[in-house]
Design a binder for this molecule. Structure first.
Ligand code: ZN
Ligand code: ZN
Length: 275
């Protein structure tokens, strides 16, 4: 394997199992994994360490750290988030980013995948309630169990299987009279639905890397910028519907617009016709 094909990935959560095969098939890259930095120091889903940076900054920082720790000049960072999305509080959202950096040429591109969140959390008071929660678990999804006030000594993570979950629940009930919180462990290796979305983000990264600027051939020419204002079919006023998407090359700044494939917006979306 030449250094040319090697790409560094920093993860302690076994994300290489989905990221590496996709990049190897697409480009012949060899993903070299490092665990030499505890990524939990950048923030955890279970709240012991708060995330202070944006998801993109976290993914980028991990990619740069991967390069530093391995001495490679190309790196990958993966970061997920759970929370607000296009539907706000009505529908919790999950997003995964896989960011690629090329230090020699000083550029980056990120693959993105998102969709409704699958995260579940419940306050549980009885074994019967707990059994019902366990019965609905997706295959291989691990749990976190803790008394409501989250004492550090009784935060049980990575629990798989009825036996381990019931033991942790009993330990929480023994140490406090509070309700016990049971929730999905969102670390990638314990969360098959996250791994699936990380794979989708990696597929999107491949698609973006294959999109080449028509002017300078730089990769990552992707129509991310959205312009709203599609005219209303009935009164021709601009609406909030998407009119076109624009790609801009990060290197030469060449731009290309991609109009949506319908000329008008439904009057239902028009602030004039349907205020
Ligand atoms: Zn260009
Ligand atoms: Zn209208």
């Amino acid at each position: 394997m030449g250094q040319k094909q090697a790409v560094a990935l920093l993860t302690r959560h076994h994300k290489q199992q989905v990221i590496a095969p996709i990049l190897h098939t697409a480009f012949g890259w060899q993903v070299k994994t490092t665990e030499a930095f505890d990524t939990d120091r950048l923030g955890t889903f279970s709240g012991e360490v708060a995330r202070t940076k944006s998801v993109l900054d976290c993914a980028l920082e991990k990619a740069q750290l991967a390069c530093q720790l391995t001495g490679l000049r190309r790196g990958l960072g993966s970061e997920g988030s759970f929370g607000g999305g296009p539907y706000g509080d009505f529908l919790p959202w999950h997003q995964e980013l896989v960011t690629y950096v090329d230090l020699d040429n000083n550029w980056q591109v990120s693959g993105i995948a998102h969709g409704p969140s699958f995260h579940q959390q419940q306050s549980i008071n009885s074994i019967a309630q707990l059994q019902a929660f366990i019965a609905d678990l997706p295959h291989a999804q691990a749990l976190i169990v803790y008394p409501k006030s989250r004492p550090a000594a009784h935060l049980y993570k990575g629990l798989l299987g009825q036996h381990a979950i019931l033991d942790a629940f009993a330990a929480c009930q023994d140490c406090s009279a509070e309700p016990v919180i049971v929730e999905y462990d969102l670390r990638a290796m314990h969360c098959p639905q996250r791994l699936k979305r990380i794979a989708e983000a990696t597929d999107n990264l491949v698609a973006r890397l294959r999109c080449i600027c028509p002017e300078c051939q730089h990769p990552g020419f992707w129509p991310d910028r959205i312009v709203t204002g599609l005219p209303c079919e009935s009164c021709d006023m601009p609406t909030q519907d998407i009119a076109k998407r624009i790609a801009e090359c990060v290197k030469c700044h060449h731009q290309q617009a991609y109009p949506v494939d319908k000329p008008f917006a439904d009057p239902v979306h028009c602030p004039n016709c349907n205020p």
